[in-house]
Design a protein around this ligand. Structure first.
Ligand code: MLT
Length: 403
């Protein structure tokens, strides 16, 4: 079954009010029109009649983030958020096609009713339509020689540089949904050595290797200082980068990460994972690791994200994964580094992160002078994949400190 199609609608002067921009009430109509258009492109607009089940809207929440003017083309993308027996909720965003800015976001809760006005089961055809996985956005790649290692890097836009450093066992493509929403910056998302499309698969890395690779990548970009945005393992790399190349850090965005080194028990678990990956291959991580990356229950309603994670795992090499596990196992405690941070810093936690609690992240943030701390609702450990719109807004807001 195909996913809910994206729908493009053009803004016309009669959609706009005396300010000359799309009126808030019109947005409600445009969201509705886009949903109907998607149904028409999918199972057909007789779907509800056919099954005697009409989704009645129980609640609508719309947030407006930017203006839209006559001539703008808005692309409406809709995803399933939750599905129950008789109800479901959808999240829709309206993205301006010209610059990919999200201008509005709507969340709707529906209850399916029959012709007698009684709640009825969500028809299977509808549930299949709204739960089908979407193809991920295309990723971009350039090959750069970084300290003798051919490194895959996604480089977009112009402006001051942000380095996006991925988590484990992932690669640059985990930033795919976030990169378009960061405007006015040069976004640079490398595959750390041994992972994704980067070479150097020797299975013995350290945080220092990764950090020095980033410094060398900045040299290649002719960039003196960058904002470093690291998720989880990417945060461990950011701390090491700060210690080794402090004068090259303009700011920090630390997502779903921690400062402490592994405990003895944590090191033993790393050894178990190393043995498992060595004996059974990288895909064996799928069952033990992937369920913990998302918020509880998210895997059921985010088939695209689950597919994406499996796809990322399928391209990882054994050596690169073992190398990363070794680097994490042997990393030093970054807690003493926190008080020495003098650049603007944002710390982000996922409300339902199963690997790093909100409390742990909050206490890390409070140890960093002047750090901002934000919790992303309805997200687990992978905020950029689970809540890209909300996270993109939080990052853009924080980046305002550099204006
Ligand atoms: C990550 O997401 O990068 C990992 O969960 C970090 C870790 O295993 O410590």
């Amino acid at each position: 079954m195909s996913p809910i199609p994206s729908v493009e609608l053009r803004v016309y002067p009669d959609d706009c009010d005396s300010f000359g921009h799309v009126n808030q009430a019109t947005f409600l109509r445009l969201f509705e029109r886009a949903r109907w258009e998607a149904v028409a492109m999918g199972p057909g607009i007789d779907l509800f009649k056919k099954h005697d089940a009409w989704p009645a809207v129980r609640k609508t929440t719309i947030e407006y983030y930017a203006e839209a003017f006559p001539g703008d083309v808005l692309c409406f993308e809709t995803d399933l958020k939750h599905i129950g027996t008789t109800s479901f909720s959808l999240n829709s965003i309206a993205r301006r096609r010209s610059d990919e800015v999200v201008v509005a976001e709507a969340e709707l809760v529906f209850v399916c009713m029959n012709r007698h006005g009684k709640p009825t089961k969500v028809p299977t055809e509808l549930s299949r339509f709204i739960s089908a996985a979407k193809p991920p956005r295309p990723s971009q790649i350039q090959r750069v020689d970084v300290r003798g290692v051919e490194t895959g890097v996604d480089i977009r836009g112009d402006g001051p540089v942000i380095l996006f450093v991925h988590g484990f066992p992932l690669d640059r493509t985990m930033w795919q949904e976030i990169l378009p929403s960061i405007r006015g910056w040069r976004r640079v998302a490398p595959d750390l050595r041994g992972l994704g499309r980067s070479g150097g698969q020797t299975n013995a890395y350290s945080m220092a290797d990764y950090a020095d690779d980033l410094a060398s990548l900045l040299d290649f970009l002719d960039c003196n200082k960058a904002v470093v945005c690291g998720l989880s393992m990417g945060g461990y790399v950011a701390f090491e980068f700060l210690r080794r190349h402090r004068d090259r850090v303009k700011g920090l965005m630390l997502l779903n990460t921690r400062a402490e080194a592994d405990t003895d028990e944590g090191r033993r678990s790393r050894d178990e994972l190393i043995a498992m990956v060595t004996n059974d291959g990288v895909n064996s991580l799928s069952d033990v690791f992937l369920p913990k990356l998302l918020a509880p229950g998210s895997a059921d309603v985010m088939p695209t994200v689950v597919e994406k994670l499996k796809e990322i795992l399928s391209v990882q090499s054994k050596e690169g994964v073992v190398g990363a596990l070794e680097a994490m196992k042997n990393r030093v405690d970054s807690t003493p580094t926190l008080a020495t941070i003098e650049v603007p810093t944002l710390v982000v936690a996922g409300e339902k992160d199963q690997l790093i609690t909100i409390e742990a992240t909050r206490s890390m943030a409070s140890a960093i002078p002047g750090a901002q701390f934000t919790i992303i609702p309805d997200a687990g450990h992978l905020t950029p994949l689970e809540q890209p719109v909300a996270l993109g807004r939080v990052l853009m807001e924080f980046l305002g400190v550099f204006d």
